[in-house]
Design a binder for this molecule. Structure first.
Ligand code: ADP
Ligand code: MG
Length: 605
């Protein structure tokens, strides 16, 4: 007996709807995409009861003729592709020809459409895929499609819908995903008769501000890259804008909102030292690649995408975001109008790509107008802690002795004059100071961790710390696992001033220690350092140098720092101001709170 039946169209469409239309927001997405594909310049989205009773999209696009108005509800009916090869030449949002068929199977639909070149339009009414009316009608150019009673015949779906607020949130999100990349299109959004959003045509920055609010105004910085293989445009927000939620992350590929774990990582990883753990940076970035190098036909909702060469895109994206972040210096008060120009011209899609390395200006000081000049450490505390740092910007050919002691450069002008800021000793934990016209409070421990981290990273990458050779080397003994780690990073430890030599499986001779730290407790330093290093490596998968520098900085901060005299405090603050990323500690903690004169005034208004 034959048991296999071909499913009736209605059932097949309902099944397809299960994948494509999960909630009112999915229908909104499909209708908005169709309006964009129809070349509309003005789109209205009208919602009632969070989409339960009505979802209407009105566009001024190219409309449909009498027969097409009927055809568009058939499964696999599309005007956007004709052959399978067209999938790799896509310039439209739609191509699967199943959205309208799916929607019609689970709702009541009313379509009014008219092509500008025709006299009359068409009205088509369907209920659960059944055509109830199909007549010529008078209507304006373009298309108006109303979806009523969504899921009327799929009670399970209807019952699974969340509260109106949640469903409305999803709808808004779909609108954002379209409106943020189609900035030349005017959008208006009504909910229960109320105008929720009106977005005039504008550039992308203005569109972002219109969607998310004026607080974004000073916080967006452009990312740009133009090569033959890939073009990257868009904006990233300052690290301080990072939130615990991911909801301000927009990645577009060829004008389509996509979710792509790897590429999101390419962006997020550049922020890793700059924002607290668990926070997500905001970004609005579009990647444009030749359509033949991507596959968007992976999921029915077309939100996933496959690249021919995602490692290349990763490298480009990562480098261009880094470039923008690097030039920002990440300081809140300054609005850079930097336009990063990357010269990647000549790189072909198949070329191997090395991400460009960043060169940050270690002397950049956001608080000073004289940022290009070198600084001279002028007191002993600073020399002790990181006199090194200022000199490490000199070419590596400089002799080590000169790197440690900066006397030679005394004739150069200082960037920060300590006497310019008044420092108040607030408590052992916090320093309060007035700088230009702002009041700043810094957390001493976090600031110190930041200073030391940059100092050690600098040492690892550019100028090793000078070693004081031990005349009578002591021996330290570690646990087997710690010894294994130490053995693995002996060269790095040497660069940081700890010259260890393995004696047997678990013990090491200490042949030298950092010149700036005579008589340090090497056993304790190394033991604590290894513990922290293990956690960093395990938890954060940061690169080796960064993990080492972080761990050592943290280890050094475990002892209390006494900075009670004013010169010490001033030197400390100066040291901190000279950091490349002063605002955030390497553990992701906020280092400073800054009150501008304006903010202080507002407190009392
Ligand atoms: P797809 O978008 O994948 O082609 P849809 O089911 O969404 O499939 O739409 C089917 C067809 O209906 C489209 O290919 C298009 O020709 C037509 N269509 C849908 N919406 C509109 C619209 N707003 N304006 C003009 N044509 C439309
Ligand atoms: Mg479509």
């Amino acid at each position: 007996m034959n048991t296999i039946l071909l499913l009736p169209d209605l059932v097949a469409n309902q099944i397809a709807a299960g994948e494509v239309i999960q909630r009112p927001a999915s229908a909104v997405k499909e209708l908005l995409e169709n309006a964009i594909d129809a070349g509309a310049t003005k789109i209205q989205l009208i919602i009632k009861d969070a989409g339960r009773t009505l979802i209407q999209v009105v566009d001024n696009g190219k409309g449909m003729g009498f027969t097409d108005a009927r055809m568009c509800f058939e499964r696999h009916a599309t005007s956007k592709i004709a052959t399978a090869d067209d999938l790799y030449r896509l310039t439209t949002k739609g191509f699967r020809g199943e959205a309208l068929a799916s929607i019609a199977a689970i709702a009541h639909v009313e379509l009014k459409t008219k092509r500008p070149e025709e006299e009359t339009g068409t009205l088509l009414v369907t209920e659960g895929s059944q055509v109830k009316e199909h007549t010529p009608t008078a209507t304006q150019d373009g298309t108006s499609i109303s979806i009523k009673n969504l899921f009327f015949n799929v009670p399970a779906r209807r019952n699974f819908l969340k509260s109106d607020a949640i469903e409305l949130g999803h709808i808004e999100e779909e609108l954002n995903r379209i409106s943020l990349i189609h900035c030349d299109v005017e959008f208006s959004f009504f909910n229960n008769g109320k105008l929720m959003q009106q977005l005039p045509p504008s550039n992308q920055k203005q569109r972002i501000i219109n969607v998310f609010g004026t607080h974004f105004k000073e916080k967006l910085f452009s990312v740009e890259l133009n090569t033959e293989a890939v073009k990257i445009t868009g904006f990233i927000a300052k690290p301080e804008n990072a939130k615990k939620k991911k909801n301000e992350q927009y990645l577009f590929v060829n004008h389509r909102f996509v979710k792509h774990y790897l590429l999101t990582h390419a962006i997020e990883s550049t922020y890793k030292e700059l924002i607290p753990e668990g926070h997500k940076p905001a970004f609005f970035i579009e990647i444009t690649v030749p359509p033949a190098t991507i596959d968007v036909n992976i999921s029915p909702t077309k939100i996933d995408i496959k690249f021919q060469d995602d490692r290349m895109i990763y490298a480009f994206l990562n480098a261009s975001v880094k470039k923008t972040l690097g030039t920002l210096s990440l300081i809140p008060q300054i609005d850079f109008n930097y336009d990063p120009q990357y010269d990647f011209s000549g790189i072909k899609p198949k070329d191997e790509v090395k991400p460009p390395t960043l060169t940050l200006n270690p002397n950049y000081n956001p608080y000073s107008s004289k940022t290009e000049k070198k600084t001279t450490p002028s007191d002993s505390w600073e020399q002790f802690l990181s006199g090194l740092k200022n000199e490490t910007i000199t070419p590596p050919s400089v002799e080590p002795e000169k790197i440690v002691f900066a006397e030679e450069s005394k004739d150069t002008e200082e960037v920060i004059d300590e006497t310019q800021f008044k420092c108040l000793f607030f408590s052992e934990a916090y320093l309060l100071f007035i700088w230009k016209d702002s009041l700043q409070i810094i957390d001493v421990k976090s600031a110190r961790e930041r200073i030391l981290f940059e100092h050690f990273l600098n040492a690892l990458e550019k100028a090793p710390i000078v070693i004081q050779q031990s005349i009578f080397p002591e021996t330290i003994t570690l646990s087997a696992s710690a010894a294994e780690i130490v053995n693995d990073i002996l060269p790095e430890l040497r660069t940081l001033g700890y010259e260890l030599e393995q004696m047997d499986r678990t013990s090491f001779a200490v042949n030298g220690t950092p010149i700036e730290e005579e008589n340090c407790e090497v056993q304790q330093v190394i033991e604590q350092f290894v513990e922290m290093y293990k956690t960093h490596q395990f938890l954060h998968k940061t690169d080796k140098n960064s993990a080492i520098a972080k761990s050592l900085a943290k280890q050094k901060c475990s002892s209390k720092l006494q900075i009670t005299s004013e010169p010490e405090q001033q030197a400390f603050i100066k040291q901190w101001l000279q950091c490349t990323v002063p605002q955030i500690s390497p553990s992701g903690k906020k280092v400073a709170k800054i009150f501008t004169a304006d903010e202080i005034r507002k407190i009392f208004e």
